[in-house]
Design a protein around this ligand. Structure first.
Ligand code: SAH
Ligand code: SF4
Length: 386
């Protein structure tokens, strides 16, 4: 992590006041933001319409870190997984998922990016690869934002024609300042799921600032309704999230509908048991008027028996939530397994019979270690063996 503030962690207002202090006209701040969020340049020197003296001053005051791609799995038009190296050599993952009606947004979504928020995870859910090596640190604001920019930078480099505006239906990124001519570029990613490595609500302030910048018209231009935050259930932070001005979607990693089952696989349930979690979710749901999604991984012999259906349906009804059933992705070194398709389908059907809106997700990218933390774990192991 760098000592100086990174340029991508600043808001437009902060940048403007810095530029004012430097006697720079406001349009220079807009030009800078356009280089960062429309052209996604990787260096100060690429910002060719900024005077050299200003570029030098910026370089002196701020860092401008970009993620380094160390490994990529998957092919174009399928789920692709990116392993990034940060400036302190830590590794994080992002997953790019092409449009799918069954995912979090609408079918018209172009691409969803699954974003990490921490290096490792402190919550130690028993089935998850991200927590296996423990928690190392929070990601900085710019490291969260950079995952979007770095994937788009990589995508544009793969096919330079994508640098140009395409059809009218493309999501476009408006220019930072309405008094300037509008430069637009198609934004590849228009849907974010904060479901990569780490517990997002344990890195609350950095995440909120990153999402604010990714949402801002002068920044990422991605709608807050297209951002889904997934949490293992930090009840106090869920209440705090209900007071945020932006309308994020909320997904709860439930995975157990009784305290007995949930505590067995998710230690966080001992701190915030189901009654606390559900009352925080109710608060969120009432305050925001938004539907919550309950994530439920089906793990063979752990939470897939039909006696979990009733308590799960009760919870879903109480929270007016839909349920996303996800067949467990096997993790190297862990003994948990996904149930047979028969069992998965029986569980889903029983939920639907109980009048719950439920989908059974055919996990995309099962073959490329798409579940969070797995590619990093594999690479860390290989590094240790070298
Ligand atoms: N820490 C947050 C967000 C990251 S985990 C959370 O727990 O919600 C994103 C999702 O992936 C969670 O629902 C998590 O339970 C799930 N997950 C973790 N390991 C998995 C695996 N091996 N197979 C399927 N889903 C997994
Ligand atoms: Fe952390 Fe989420 Fe994995 Fe649990 S499921 S260990 S909270 S990343």
């Amino acid at each position: 992590m760098s000592v100086s503030i990174d340029i991508k962690s600043l808001t437009f207002e902060e940048l403007l006041s810095q530029f004012q202090a430097w006697d720079q006209p406001a349009y220079r701040a807009s030009q800078l933001l356009e280089w960062l969020y429309v052209h996604r340049v990787a260096s100060w020197d690429a910002m060719s319409n900024l005077p050299k003296a200003l570029r030098d001053r910026l370089r002196h005051h701020y860092s401008h870190h970009v993620l380094e791609l160390v490994r990529k799995q998957g092919s174009r038009d399928t789920t692709q997984k990116f392993l990034w190296k940060l400036s302190d050599q830590s590794l994080i993952e992002s997953v790019l998922i092409p449009a799918s009606p069954a995912l979090y947004g609408e079918p018209s979504d172009r691409h969803t990016l699954c974003v990490s928020t921490q290096v490792g995870c402190a919550y130690g859910c028993k089935f998850c690869a991200s927590g296996l090596d423990g928690w190392k640190r929070n990601l900085g604001v710019e490291e969260i934002i950079e995952q979007v920019m770095a994937v788009e930078r990589w995508h544009a480099a793969e096919d330079p024609t994508r640098q140009n505006p395409q059809s009218k239906s493309d999501t476009t990124v408006p220019h930072a300042d309405s008094s300037s001519p509008h430069a637009t570029l198609p934004r590849l990613i228009n849907n974010l799921v904060i479901m990569g490595m780490g517990e997002p609500l344990a890195n609350y302030d950095n995440l909120m600032r990153a999402l604010e910048i990714l949402n801002a018209p002068w920044g990422g231009g991605i709608g807050a309704r297209k951002m889904t935050i997934s949490t293992s259930g930090l009840a106090p932070q869920i209440r705090k999230l209900a007071d945020e001005p932006l309308q994020f979607r909320l997904a709860i990693s439930l995975h157990g509908a009784t305290d007995e089952v949930r505590s067995r696989i998710m230690p966080v349930n001992r701190k915030y048991p189901l009654h606390e979690l559900t009352s925080a979710c109710e608060f969120y749901q009432i305050k925001k008027g938004r539907m919550i999604t309950l994530e439920y991984i089906l793990i063979a012999g752990v939470n897939d028996s039909l006696d979990q259906v009733k308590p799960l349906a009760e919870l879903a009804h109480r929270l007016n939530a839909k349920v996303n059933l996800i067949p467990y992705n096997n993790v190297d070194g862990l003994d948990w397994e996904r149930p047979s398709e028969d069992v998965q389908e029986r569980f889903a059907a029983a939920l639907v019979n109980s009048k719950v809106t439920a989908t059974l997700r055919r996990e995309k990218g099962h073959d490329i270690d798409a579940a969070c933390g797995q590619l990093r774990l594999k690479t860390e192991k290989e590094r240790r063996q070298e």
